[in-house]
Design a protein around this ligand. Structure first.
Ligand code: ADE
Ligand code: ZN
Length: 341
């Protein structure tokens, strides 16, 4: 397909985004502005210098920069502005539904209250739903490089916000922090009625994905790209129809794969895995969700059929009611019929 035709196709396609860290949408311009108004010093004189510094060797080298940037967020208004800007951007890319991660521990460790974070984010989500017609869910991620005890304390705080937090996830430095470390926390989460997901198989090997299934009993795997190392695991993911929220630009920028041409997205689709495409931390990795679809499509030769499958998968994998899911899938199918090429 011609480049312009593909761009228009991806732009118009209704889609869900299921793997998006709200702190990872903090664009350098907003980081500098909020840093100034809150008197938080940053190691960059301007936005251009920040962008230049965003060159990563691995996940940890990214996380160091990301947590530092996140420290500008102090007030309810900051969390509101961050979330509102993401929703505007997402809606402009025809994201119809977004499931948004946030990392409370990185804020509460700096003395920001749980309530400040939640109020800012949820106010922007309600306004976004009303103004932009985009539906959302909020997923609280536990930082896996902190202790189980710290995670459990954070879970206790989340219980007071059961009405606005739909799910629990697990992120941050993967290697050395296997899913099984958090079995007790996920047990608690399930008993409290939360849906659950976990980052696994990004830098960690395939066994981390198996642990996320067997010890944490998650509904979806975030990343999961290293499942291809284990044929039995792939068969199980297919049989149980476990969705994988893949983030192609993130994987290349964090050097999980040397280039987009080596990314396994197409092979994963061809194996029958329930793959979705997402942006992870778009302010750092060079593209929002459509940028991820396009970069993968170009490098891997995806066709219209693959792209529609990815968009359909995003709604099949989303935490939606059957009626909402049907509604969005009908939107995708109507778009595909109109633009079948
Ligand atoms: N936190 C933000 N982005 C992340 C990623 N890609 N992996 C793990 N933790 C993260
Ligand atoms: Zn992530």
């Amino acid at each position: 397909m011609e480049k312009e035709v593909m761009e228009a196709f991806v732009r118009g396609l209704p889609k869900a985004e299921l793997h998006l860290h709200i702190e990872g949408t903090l664009e350098p311009e907003m980081m500098i502005d909020i840093g100034r108004r809150n008197d938080v010093p940053l190691p960059y004189p301007d936005a251009a210098a920040a962008r230049k510094a965003y060159a990563f060797d691995n996940l940890q080298s990214f996380l160091d920069i990301y947590y530092r940037a996140t420290s500008v967020l102090r007030r309810e208004q900051d969390f509101y502005d961050l979330t509102a800007a993401y929703l505007e951007k997402a809606a402009s890319q025809n994201v119809r539904h977004a499931e948004i991660f946030f990392d409370p521990q990185t804020h509460t460790a700096r003395g920001i209250t749980f309530d400040t974070i939640i109020r800012g984010i949820t106010a922007a989500l309600s306004d976004g739903e009303r103004r932009l017609g985009i539906s959302t869910r909020l997923i609280m991620c536990i930082l896996r490089d902190l202790s189980l005890h710290n995670g459990l304390e954070t879970m206790e705080q989340a219980l007071d916000y059961r009405d606005v937090i739909a799910g629990i996830g697990l992120d941050s430095a993967e290697l050395g922090n296997p899913p099984a470390k958090f079995a007790e926390l996920y047990d608690r989460a399930h008993r409290a009625g939360f849906l659950t997901v976990a980052h696994a198989g990004e830098e960690g090997h395939a066994d981390y994905i198996r642990q996320a299934l067997d010890s944490l009993h998650v509904r979806r795997i975030d990343h999961g790209v290293r499942c291809l190392e284990d044929d039995e695991l792939v068969a199980e993911l297919v049989r149980r129809d476990i969705p994988l929220t893949v983030c192609p630009l993130s994987n290349v920028r964090l050097r999980v794969f040397a280039s987009m041409r080596e990314h396994p997205l197409k092979r994963m689709l061809d194996r029958g895995l329930r793959v979705t495409v997402n942006s992870d931390d778009p302010a750092y990795f060079g593209g929002y969700v459509n940028g991820n679809y396009l970069a993968a499509a170009e490098a891997l030769g995806l066709g219209r059929g693959d792209i529609v499958t990815l968009a359909r998968n995003s709604f099949v994998a989303a935490f939606l009611s059957p009626a909402e899911r049907r509604h969005y899938l009908d939107e995708v199918d109507a778009f595909a019929v109109l633009h079948h090429g």
